[in-house]
Design a protein around this ligand. Structure first.
Ligand SMILES: Nc1ncnc2c1ncn2[C@@H]1O[C@H](COP(=O)(O)OP(=O)(O)OP(=O)(O)O)[C@@H](O)[C@H]1O
Length: 354
């Protein structure tokens, strides 16, 4: 798939007189493909909001290139498109926020219509379009209610309907579930996933909650001190985090790490080898351990096993200790790879080395 958002070598520095410069974003390169749900995670102050605000030039970069839907918006230190074109591009990028930002004195329906005020739709068309959008987020029957009469989750649904009013290709969600309880959080995330499927909507999801990313994203970038320290497919980064901060976010794998720490790698005998085995629990139904035993006649003990749901896919992770002669150990990876299982040798250089 082609990139719909390309940020290349992007930096944002805030300089207020006499204060030291704040390098909110430093040399970040991030490419989002059409149809991605791209999670950007990091602690508060990491630079996530500043980074995504450059996508529609709400924040002008200090350096770097911003390209959205085939148009270069910013390069060589300056804006590259006319003001009018920038407005059109901004309409192609919906945004939702933690605090919904609804107009409390307007009805739900008028909040949605507000986003269409520049359009040349007739009153009837505005009425129909706004109801269609509210229907899409499951709130058609609340069209005449006021935001204060709605729950947090419902208010965020209105904000989503409003963000989609101009039929954008991209939706930026900046901590949109951070103020919601777990049930509402999951419902909003599922709605975003649904919109991604049905409309092909590309979503950039900024959050400090790894669970949100795990539930819906296919790609992830981890930010720390203005930099992206790790990025890639969710499954790869989640299951084999390379940086310490990523490991902290990937809480699910921490149990595995702790288990392995307790196991003294230095004490492995010459005829022993540790492997990390990762597989789609939906596709791989036979026992990997039994198969190794039957086909290679090696001894296999499982040190850790777990199944996580990533996106919609149940993904199994195991750490297995295999005992055999060098020839047998060499065949373990070949055999498992042939069975659609990803296998990584773990040696005394470290658990997470590929
Ligand atoms: N307009 C500004 N002027 C000066 N400094 C700023 C400005 N906006 C952001 N910063 C600083 O840039 C850094 C990154 O902030 P940013 O809001 O992008 O982080 P974040 O990861 O989104 O955190 P949070 O989730 O708390 O919003 C912080 O140190 C922040 O104080």
């Amino acid at each position: 798939m082609a990139d719909i958002i390309s940020l290349d070598h992007l930096s944002v520095t805030f300089q207020q007189d006499k204060e030291p410069a704040v390098h909110a974003v430093s040399d970040v390169t991030l490419h989002v493909e059409k149809g991605d749900i791209f999670g950007v995670v990091g602690y508060s102050g990491a630079g996530k909001s500043t980074l995504v605000r450059t996508i529609n030039l709400l924040q002008k970069p200090t350096q770097g290139t911003v390209k959205v839907a085939g148009k270069v918006l910013f390069a060589d230190g300056q804006q590259q498109i006319a003001k009018k074109d920038l407005q059109a591009t901004r309409r192609n990028i919906g945004m939702i926020f933690q605090h919904f930002n609804l107009l409390n004195e307007n009805t739900v329906q008028d909040n949605v219509i507000f986003a269409l005020k520049h359009s040349d739709l007739s009153d009837d068309e505005l009425e129909n379009k706004s109801l269609k959008l509210l229907d899409m987020v499951g709130l058609k029957d609340k069209a005449q209610a006021y935001p204060v009469q709605l729950s947090g989750g419902e208010q965020q649904r209105v904000a989503i309907a409003r963000a989609l009013a101009n039929d954008p290709e991209i939706l930026i969600s900046d901590e949109a579930t951070s103020a919601l309880d777990p049930r509402n959080t999951n419902q909003i995330l599922d709605l975003l996933k649904d919109l991604n499927n049905k409309l092909g909507l590309t979503i950039v999801l900024i959050t400090h909650e790894m669970d949100a990313v795990k539930r819906v994203a296919n790609k992830i970038a981890v930010m720390q001190k203005g930099q992206i320290i790790e990025q890639g497919n969710l499954r790869d980064v989640y299951l084999r985090p390379k940086k310490e901060l990523t490991r902290q976010f990937v809480g699910g794998s921490l149990a595995a790490m702790e288990t392995l720490k307790a196991f003294n790698l230095g004490a492995l005998a010459p005829n022993e080898q540790l492997f990390q085995v990762v597989f789609s629990a939906a596709n791989v139904t036979k026992s990997v351990i039994l198969d190794l035993y039957k086909q290679l006649h090696v001894d296999v003990s499982m040190l850790y096993g777990n199944i996580e749901v990533l996106g919609n896919e149940p993904v199994g992770t195991m750490f297995i200790l295999v005992k055999g002669d060098p020839d047998q150990l060499n065949q373990v990876q070949t055999l498992l790879k042939g069975e659609n299982v990803e296998v990584t040798k773990i040696d005394d250089r470290g658990i997470w080395n590929d």
